[in-house]
Design a protein around this ligand. Structure first.
Ligand SMILES: NC(=O)c1ccc[n+]([C@@H]2O[C@H](COP(=O)([O-])OP(=O)(O)OC[C@H]3O[C@@H](n4cnc5c(N)ncnc54)[C@H](OP(=O)(O)O)[C@@H]3O)[C@@H](O)[C@H]2O)c1
Length: 328
């Protein structure tokens, strides 16, 4: 639970602690779920700091995704014992989230567990994998297909980045990974990266509105000047998706990549992804886009271990996916 200590200065950091809550205290909703696994995403790390862009009200239970089993449902589409997952919407931001033994949510948010996925694998992908898969889907919609040329993935050791890399490789793309962690090069090669670049190699400060064309497309997870550089280096009619802001929320850019090269910048907002597409994306993740064995990407932690992992994530020190086990 994230709380503000009433005695403390309002500017003081909120505290994070494991607390017991009663199911009656859960927010209202149609479906109550016993959570087996949740995960740690960058947005959760911000929620632990009560970031006002994520958390509207304290006390708060973070966790923007979860997978488990239905305990009870007022909606006929779901029945007790059914395996399900939830990502996005207001889970873990406007409402209490998945770092809890149980959640109660609107039925519209609930996705039946696709055949071929367990609760653990679903959360290995989690919001990160769902976002990565939507980004890949967007590239395909814009004609960036395997064989079109190199596709760049930034923040490649992160949750979204590593899963985007794994999915693209599974689909036969030639992927170049950008990372600030050269010591994780083996991990990126094992995921199938054809080449690895340092962050400084996609961070142009020349001020030139266009740079030499290098990429058929890109999946950017970091924003800022990295995204601006990638767009200026994208080939004619290429597409770049943007989902993140860890490197900055500003985009220092002119319109020239768009009006002279027809480049598309496509925004990814996974929280509000329409339900039909949401179900389709999860079917892909469970089937034809399912990456190979990703166990080497996974860290499993308990709620008590969350604060250390959050600090590491906000400091840019984490890699891969962190699964959170909300019950012992
Ligand atoms: N729009 C959406 O729907 C949506 C959904 C999910 C996530 N996101 C956003 O996507 C971003 C990534 O999320 P995530 O959960 O994958 O986070 P993450 O696991 O922490 O990964 C972020 C990665 O970015 C790189 N990075 C960290 N600090 C950086 C810096 N200062 N400059 C450049 N690169 C840096 C690191 O990779 P390297 O060391 O390999 O470079 C890090 O592993 C976040 O901004 C998150 O809020 C958005």
């Amino acid at each position: 639970m994230v709380r503000r200590n009433e005695q403390a200065d309002r500017r003081a950091r909120p505290s994070c602690a494991v607390e017991s809550i009663h199911p009656d205290d859960l927010p209202p909703g149609d479906v109550r779920i016993a959570v087996e696994w949740s995960s740690l995403n960058y947005k959760d790390a911000l929620a632990c700091q009560a970031h006002p862009g994520v958390v509207r009200k304290l006390p708060h239970v973070p966790g923007i995704d979860c997978a488990g089993t239905v305990l009870e449902s007022k909606d006929s589409r779901f029945a007790a014992g059914q395996p399900v997952l939830v990502t996005g919407y207001d889970l873990g931001s406007g409402r209490w989230g998945g770092w809890s033994g149980q959640v109660r949510v609107p039925a519209e948010w609930v996705v039946p567990m696709p055949e071929g996925l367990s609760a653990e694998t679903a959360m290995l992908y989690g919001t990160a994998g769902f976002t990565a898969a939507q980004s890949v889907d967007r590239l395909r919609q814009h004609g960036v297909l395997p064989g079109a040329g190199e596709v760049l993935v930034t923040g490649a050791t992160g949750g979204v980045g590593s899963l985007a890399l794994a999915i693209l490789v599974r689909l036969g793309y030639q992927v170049v990974a950008v990372t600030g962690k050269p010591e994780r090069a083996t991990l990126l090669r094992d995921l199938g990266a054809a080449r690895i670049l340092g962050r400084d190699q996609v961070d142009d400060s020349s001020g030139r509105p266009l740079l030499s064309e290098r990429w058929a497309g890109g999946i950017d997870t970091v924003g800022g000047n990295t995204l601006a550089t990638l767009l200026r280096e994208t080939r004619h009619r290429g597409c770049v998706t943007a989902c993140g802001l860890v490197a900055g929320d500003q985009l220092p850019l002119t319109v020239f990549p768009f009006i002279l090269r027809g480049v598309t910048l496509s925004g990814i907002d996974s929280a509000q992804c329409p339900r039909a597409l949401r179900l389709q994306i999860w079917q892909h993740l469970a089937g034809d886009w399912k990456p190979g064995d990703l166990q080497h990407l996974v860290h499993k932690i308990t709620l008590a271990e969350v604060p250390d992992q959050v600090r590491a994530m906000l400091g840019g020190q984490t890699w891969g996916r962190t699964l959170v086990r909300p019950v012992a």
